[in-house]
Design a protein around this ligand. Sequence first.
Ligand SMILES: Cc1ncc(COP(=O)(O)O)c(C=O)c1O
Length: 406
Amino acid sequence: MQEKTIRKVPFYKPSLDEAEIEAVRSTLIDGWITTGPKAKKFEAEMAAYTGSKYALAVNSCTAALHLALAAAGIKRGDKVITTAYTFAASVETIIYCGARPVLVDIDPATLNIDPLQVAEKMDKKTKALVTVDIAGLPCDYDSLRPLAAKKKLFLLADAAHSLGASYKGVKVGRLADATAFSFYSTKNLTTGEGGMLVTDDRKLHERAAILSLHGMSKDAWKRYTSEGSWYYEIVAAGFKYNLSDLQASLGLAQLGKFPKLQERRRYLAELYDRYLAPYLDMLELPPRNGHSEHAWHMYLIRLKPKVLKIGRDELLRRLVAFGIGTSVHFIPVHLHPFYRKFLGHKPADFPNALATFKRIFTPPFYPAMSDGDVEYVCSKLGEILKANYKPSMVPAGTKKKAELVG
Ligand SMILES: Cc1ncc(COP(=O)(O)O)c(C=O)c1O
């Protein structure tokens, strides 16, 4: 009988062990399960980790993005620039504030927002710029910061992917006026669901903190403790975005092991690079540069369709048949029915985002993967690519150009 070679490599598995179980257990025993001392401790530790003055724990990165824009005074009639190549949260939070998102195409070399095109889209109504560090690679902040400063734009970093990254030696968290992190279950640090807004701006932090809990006056979370008082005032129409102590205790345990988790991500990225090196005619490795420390949230692979007989979708079906979980990051925002209609865009309006989307995919990538898992994923991917390699599809003399376009 032939040996079965199917191995299950799920798309994602969180790195949770006794440390998280013990942290949640002690919070349950302690009995304070909503926002309280653990959330405050998590905020203090995240502020220290990112080198920020203030941190606000919330229940998602989406909430952190919304609060930051609202606290910065973004309102109806304003325009906010962001990338077309991101998850919906970076854009919908602009609409929550009544403002209009203005999408910008990416630099295909980095997959991040193209600063030259940001400059072209800025006008008198532009009040903020939301950058997204795709897959954990920081944006070109040396170009983006002066652009924002010149027009006094609020610079908000959507760092859902980039906790732990740095740009020219400066940590993500210190590169923008405010930075939003995600602790969703697939993120580098997870609390199941959760997020954090960090900033050095005291006023922004205080406004965001008030808005995060119904618009209640300061420290309202203490109202059921012996320190607190039953009395509170509502000073704004706020939201219900607070992070519970159950989630914060998970976050504290994760933060304790975060440097190790990041080290493993860096190692796995190198391992993928090594195993995929024989296939560089057929695919491109993830973008990176010499001056950023990558957070390696995802390992994004781009196919070179001109030399392949199968497309991305068929390739993913075949990987799934080998027990390998995959995904696609991202379907550009302007291709979604709502945004197509709301913003009136056509697919070709952002050609770099569109071309990237058609040939990109995300293989499994997380610290709990074994070296053998990475080898298995790469060998199955390699088998499929080799069986479908068609160098002759590229007319003679055009190979160089085809490689550039991919
Ligand atoms: C770029 C980006 N921004 C924001 C978010 C939203 O994060 P959350 O689920 O914590 O709200 C995500 C989620 O995956 C994301 O990928």
